[in-house]
Ligand binder design. Structure first.
Ligand code: ATP
Ligand code: MG
Length: 289
């Protein structure tokens, strides 16, 4: 089945109401075999496009994953990226900031981890946490050691959106493209996944007490996500709201969006000039001596 990336893209300036965005769509695959074949197709194309990105060595692609707990960020990253050359790919997971990180502005720790030219960078959570979890928890903002008059500003969140969109425009002007995914899971599906993490001993490690606390703040998180998605989806760094109640559909949509983005970058293997070709032929001649 053909997937249209645009169905999931947040248009710039659009006011997002998450209840209007599906967490589940009609299954994109009629059977396990068809799903696997579809994903394999995407992975093959992704591997080919990544190889050109690497060879061209001029541009980079940054993929950002954000979601409520247990929405499937890790497994989407694992399944979608499993076919690409590890040499050309970097994954960073952003957790609670360290003391050193808190001693800097909120973008600092991410800018050090941006993908180098020729690479695909993946942020599992990102600087967006600073307008999400930090907005939901005023005590985390208070601990960011900002001057009090800056913390108290009413436009602090608009200011952060601006810092983010300015950074993303800057990156676009310098050869890094960005695609952002919000894996949209329903509260009921999160509950099912938490129960599985409790009931299955092999999944126990994935569950933490804090997951329950954050779940109780579901509405506040969704408010923060709605404002953030609306304020920061741009032409060059669009957000995609991916229905995530069915993990396989989510993986197919994510991989389709990534393939489309890389295709749009019109990546080419570096071409050989006639002079370089002559040089190579002369070397070849010497090698056959
Ligand atoms: P999983 O979905 O498997 O639980 P995870 O991404 O939630 O993975 P955890 O180690 O459970 O990983 O959680 C990391 C925590 O760090 C999240 O609760 C996130 O909100 C928090 N975090 C990330 N960035 C910041 C930040 N800048 N300030 C405060 N907390 C942050
Ligand atoms: Mg977690």
């Amino acid at each position: 089945m053909k997937i249209d990336s645009d169905d999931f893209r947040v248009k710039p300036g659009h006011r997002v109401k998450l209840k209007d965005w599906a967490t589940k769509i009609d299954p994109l695959h009629a059977s396990e075999d068809k799903y696997q074949a579809h994903l394999d197709e995407h992975k093959q194309e992704l591997a080919e496009l990544q190889s050109r990105l690497w060879a061209e060595d001029r541009r980079a692609l940054l993929l950002i994953f954000q979601a409520m707990d247990a929405a499937g960020k890790d497994s989407a990253i694992k399944h979608v990226m499993s076919g690409v050359n590890p040499q050309g790919c970097q994954v960073f997971s952003f957790k609670h900031p360290s003391a050193l990180e808190l001693d800097h502005d909120f973008l600092w720790r991410s800018t050090c981890r941006l993908p180098e030219r020729g690479r695909i960078g993946i942020f599992n959570r990102s600087y967006y946490e600073d307008v999400l979890v930090v907005r939901v928890h005023p005590e985390i903002l208070a601990a960011q050691a900002l001057p009090p008059e800056l913390i108290e500003r009413k436009d602090i969140w608009d200011g952060r959106y601006r810092s983010i969109t300015d950074l993303e425009s800057h990156l676009h002007r310098n050869g890094t493209e960005i695609v952002k995914f919000f894996l949209h899971v329903s509260k009921g599906e999160q509950r099912r996944r938490f129960l599985a993490r409790i009931d299955d001993p092999e999944k126990n490690w994935k569950f933490s007490q804090s997951d329950l606390k954050e779940r109780a703040l579901w509405g506040k998180y969704h408010d923060a996500y709605e404002q953030c998605l609306g304020a920061t989806s741009s032409k060059h760094a669009p957000w995609f709201v991916v229905p995530a109640d069915r993990k396989k559909d989510a993986r197919l949509i994510v991989s389709q969006v990534v393939v489309d983005r890389l295709r749009d970058m019109n990546l080419k293997y570096p071409t050989t000039t006639p002079q370089r070709r002559r040089e190579l032929l002369s070397i070849r001649h010497k090698l056959s001596d």
